[in-house]
Ligand binder design. Structure first.
Ligand code: GLA
Length: 393
């Protein structure tokens, strides 16, 4: 059954009726530009053909109720209470519900607070086929679909960038994950067969033709099944190291450094901080080089940049895990054009850019390598650059 139908069915089970509308937003793969977004840098993600659907209906009583395929138990609060819950009392809300309720909260604070009691209450049913914990931004998909739905029914008429920012605020403050803006922008702005080249300082975007389909290429996702969460541990530590590095160098953000500054950086900071800085600075350059290479030579020419990005994350930023390294090394040895881990790291998925007729061979080779290494079987599938958030009915 389709995810859209799942959302409708969940809605009917919850309310006994049909929704006022149906909205959806995709997960994303980041082609290149990892941990550059919160350093005011560049990223090149694309939205994927896995989506989260939201079925929404209005209610009379100013309450917001959410239910999802993640958990059969609905969560219900007064719209007027959202401001008291987030961010300080977020622990009172079960984790999955912080995403949609956090978006409701973020949007209600964008509007004049005096309007909040006048916003109609809503019932929201959420169904998703974006794998959770795979580094494919299942959370941004929930945020994007919920933000699009609420924007419509509350008559906010916000821009897509504003809706992405509301999603990020939910993620940062309602969920407590100190992430950047990349995932929400990719989910809101995605285009079919294209990447979104985003300047995370200005939020300017350019749609970059990826040309994978025309070139006969596929993007293989190798979900290692190793779960990660950005609200805990390593992600925040990496972010703090970047801020430390920027401070030592006397710049507002690592975006303000170039590869030519690295010698000076090495002389001013400890080795670990330096390597974190070097990853971000070189990764920013790789994003720019990838965009230029795609435009000049086409997608087959970007393999070396993807490979170099993985090495930098493995050795300098130290966010890979053995399963991701094995996925990348095996895919490459089996003929991939380029491969790298994607997303925040510490688990999740790797991507490999491959010839269409190599899908079966590379998938099997990677799966066999995981079995040989004694790792749990990975989930291997192709994804296609797809459209961003939409109203579907
Ligand atoms: C996660 C975050 C993003 C970004 C990536 C790393 O996906 O949500 O904001 O920082 O990690 O590139």
């Amino acid at each position: 059954m389709s995810t859209a139908q799942n959302a409708r069915d969940l809605f009917r089970d919850l309310t006994g009726g049909a929704p006022a509308g149906l909205w959806s937003a995709p997960g994303r793969v980041n082609l290149i530009g990892e941990h550059t977004d919160y350093n005011d840098g560049f990223v090149l993600p694309f939205a994927i053909d896995h989506r989260t659907h939201v079925a929404l209906g209005l209610r009379e009583d100013g309450r917001i109720r959410v239910v999802s395929t993640f958990d059969p138990v609905p969560v219900e609060v007064d719209l007027a209470d959202l401001d008291a819950l987030f961010p300080t009392r977020r622990d009172e809300v079960v984790e999955w519900a912080r995403y949609p309720l956090g978006v409701g909260w973020a949007l209600s604070t964008v509007a004049n607070t005096a309007d909040v009691p006048r916003f109609p209450g809503v019932d929201i049913a959420i169904a998703s086929d974006v794998p959770v914990g795979a580094g494919l931004s299942s959370s941004a998909a929930i945020e994007g679909a919920t933000a699009s739905a609420l924007d419509d029914v509350w008559g906010l008429r916000l821009s897509r960038v504003d809706l992405a920012q509301a999603g990020r605020r939910a993620e940062n403050e309602a969920v407590g994950a100190p992430t950047g803006i990349m995932d929400q922008m990719a989910s809101m702005l995605g285009k079919s067969d294209a990447g979104i080249f985003l300047d995370c300082r200005t939020l300017d975007t350019e749609v970059v033709d990826l040309g994978f389909a025309a070139a006969g290429l596929e993007v293989l996702v190798i979900d290692t099944g190793v779960k990660h969460a950005h609200s805990t541990g390593g992600y925040g530590e990496r972010r703090a190291a970047c801020e430390r590095g920027a401070e030592i160098m006397g710049v507002a953000a690592l975006r303000d450094l170039s590869v030519a500054d690295l010698d000076r950086a090495r002389s001013l900071m400890d080795d670990v901080t330096f390597r974190r800085v070097r990853h971000v600075v070189t990764e920013n350059q790789r994003v720019l080089d990838t965009v230029a290479t795609l435009r000049r030579e086409g997608p087959r020419a970007i393999g070396g940049l993807l490979d170099a990005s993985h090495v930098s994350m493995r050795d300098d930023f130290e966010i890979s895990v053995p399963e991701l390294d094995l996925a990348v090394d095996t895919a490459r040895a089996a003929g991939a054009i380029g491969a790298r881990m994607t997303g925040g790291g510490f688990g999740g998925a790797a991507i490999a850019l491959i010839e269409r007729d190599a899908v079966a061979h590379i998938s099997h080779t990677v799966t066999d390598a995981f079995a040989d290494a004694g790792f749990a079987a990975p989930h291997v599938f192709t994804v296609h650059p797809s459209a961003g958030a939409s109203r579907d009915a």
